[in-house]
Design a protein around this ligand. Sequence first.
Ligand SMILES: [Zn+2]
Ligand SMILES: [Zn+2]
Length: 344
Amino acid sequence: MRASTLTDVGEITVEERDRPDPADDEVLVQVGACSVCMTDYHMYHGTFAAETPLVLGHEGAGTVAEVGSDVDSFSVGDRVAINPTVPCNACSYCKKGETHLCENNTSIGGAGDTILDGAFAEYVRVPAINVEDIGEMSFERAALAEPLACCVHGVEQADIKPGDSVGIIGAGPIGLLLLQAFRNAGAAPIVVSELDDERRELAADLGADAVVDPNEEDPETAIPEAAGGPVDVGAEAIGLVPTIKQANAVTAPGGLTLIFGVPDQEATMEISPFDVFFDEVDYRGSFSLTTEDFERAVTMLQHDRIDAERLITERIGLDDLPTAFERMGNAEGLKKVVIPGDGE
Ligand SMILES: [Zn+2]
Ligand SMILES: [Zn+2]
């Protein structure tokens, strides 16, 4: 089979590999689509550590091509989405359902302490507990189950009630999914701040009640103005300290600031403990997804609660990853989806 393999920092080689055999509790998935994520970008550039050689790709969907001898919940031909977070199901976090905090953190193609080969390949091995039936949904739509599940997790971490106001800083692919997830949960109004004209317009189309252009106005005043006051949840979907500060500055007393974008591991910021104390504004993280979030995300995609198609701007082959990363670095286009069967 062909596999797009990270061989070193900044180096990807499409190589011919043996088709893997699934273990007894695994299925072999023929990858129909796997979308590209900023995590892949960081692993490619070495800003997330990854031992090479490694096949990246943690947002995959496809068809079950083989099943291990102990698997009876799936059969050959089933269409599935792949949840990349493999729970050990033995640690106390897994037992509480907090599978994303698993002590034996293992990911299929994504960031983790242990990283297994991912889905930028024609085939990928996946534990049967990590695939979810998708019915007739297209593979590229199903590929968005993983990033959407991260957003479902974010909404849960934000602990909102219907009618709570939300400010979102950053409308890249993940910010635009987060917007839709918040909207589905009843958040209102939702104000989105985004530098790029096209992304800002798309945010308005996808349900933002107001959008803010930081080139034109200061989000710290414009967001509360548009929302009718400081927001219950200030969500940062970029991962930069200045924008996390912005999200916090627009958060109402009693509300919370959601750190949703992936910050640099070395980044630090100053906080005023008095403000945290006096305004009761919490900082809350949202990392990855649980098995439950993934199932919820698949259900939402199946029932058309999410506009996925407008987020997918490029369909590429296994050879095109370096170009895709370059475009991501320049914030060009939105979601890129690898179709491994293409470009042979
Ligand atoms: Zn991702
Ligand atoms: Zn565990």
